[in-house]
Ligand binder design. Structure first.
Ligand code: ADP
Length: 296
């Protein structure tokens, strides 16, 4: 295990209990942290990168105690925050050179080599002379990951990296992360977008209201949702009723009525056919199920 989190709590000064007894084991490779806005993902990320102290609990990163060895941990960490901004005065390569200098790379020659190689790696070499704040959204995100990678960290934490990117840029960014994760590093990818947690994440956690509500592989999450997604054929009157009773995923016009997809443990009073779940269905099922149980 590269990261061990035990009994982590965070209560903000205004009383918001953002993390509630979070236990997590994060292995090497790509780890997906999925959850809706307000779930506590950013709070957890900020604690992991030692920007914020937890209220209680313990975090161990590659054998270092986060509470006692912050300096050592910062050295092996790379972080791409959600609202990463570039200084207007820097060109793309200058910005990366600046990040390399900050990380302690003092030799000019060594820095130039590292910066050029990284620009190639993230597909920004051809735009290296462009001012960083003039890059496209996807390019900015790639430059963000480049600055997080320049000192070859063992753990990389990326917070909501694909928000606001168009589909093509989103796919490119995901592929870049999965390339990086092959080099024996741990990447924690925090997102509210189900599609970001693809087969590239061998392990994932689902967070909701400060708690971990699922931990395992995306395949596990899918498996546990099998037999919980249903297809129901209804007329317009019934549509309203079904919508009130079950979480509806999609409604498609079909014949004289509608074909509705819902998630539920079982369906009563309607002719329903089980439907193979995808990760989006599984996410809705877990969210709805938890709310229905009234745990929070
Ligand atoms: P996520 O990243 O999953 O959207 P956050 O960690 O940002 O979730 O937020 C978790 C909870 O903590 C939310 O209820 C949010 O309103 C609250 N929160 C976040 N930051 C602060 C803060 N600085 N002060 C008080 N409450 C906060």
């Amino acid at each position: 295990m590269s990261i061990l989190i035990k009994g982590l709590n965070k209560v903000y000064p205004n009383g918001n209990h953002a993390l509630k007894d979070v236990d997590l084991e994060i292995p090497t490779g790509m780890f997906g942290l999925l959850g809706p806005n307000g779930a506590g993902k950013s709070t957890l990320m900020r604690i992991l990168v030692a920007l914020m102290e937890p209220t209680s609990g313990k975090v161990d990163i590659f054998g270092y105690d986060l509470h006692k060895q912050r300096k050592e941990i910062r050295r092996i960490l790379g972080y791409l925050p959600q609202d990463f901004r570039f200084f207007a005065k820097y060109k793309t390569y200058e910005f990366l050179d600046y990040a390399a200098r900050l990380s302690g790379m003092n030799s000019h020659k060594q820095r130039k080599q590292a910066v050029d190689a990284m620009l190639e790696n993230v597909g920004l070499f051809d735009v290296r002379e462009r001012y960083a704040n003039k890059l496209s959204g996807g390019m900015k995100r790639r430059l963000g990951i480049a600055q997080a990678l320049i000192h070859e960290p063992k753990v990389i934490i990326v917070d909501e990296p694909t928000t606001g990117l168009d589909p093509e840029e989103r796919i490119r960014f995901r592929n870049l992360l999965s390339e990086v994760s092959k080099n024996d590093v741990t990447i924690i990818l925090s997102t509210h977008i189900v599609g970001d947690i693809s087969s590239t994440c061998k392990c994932m956690a689902l967070m909701n209201k400060g708690e971990v509500s699922f931990y395992g592989s995306p395949e596990d999450m899918l498996k546990r949702t099998e037999g919980k997604v249903w297809r129901i054929q209804v007329n317009s009157d019934e549509l309203h009723e079904v919508d009130k009773r079950y979480p509806v995923i999609s409604t498609i016009p079909s014949g004289a009525g509608w074909e509705v997809q819902v998630v539920a443990d079982e369906i009563t009073g309607y002719q329903a056919e089980a439907y193979p779940p995808n990760l989006e269905h599984a996410y809705v099922y877990y969210m709805e199920n938890l709310n229905a149980r009234g745990n929070y």
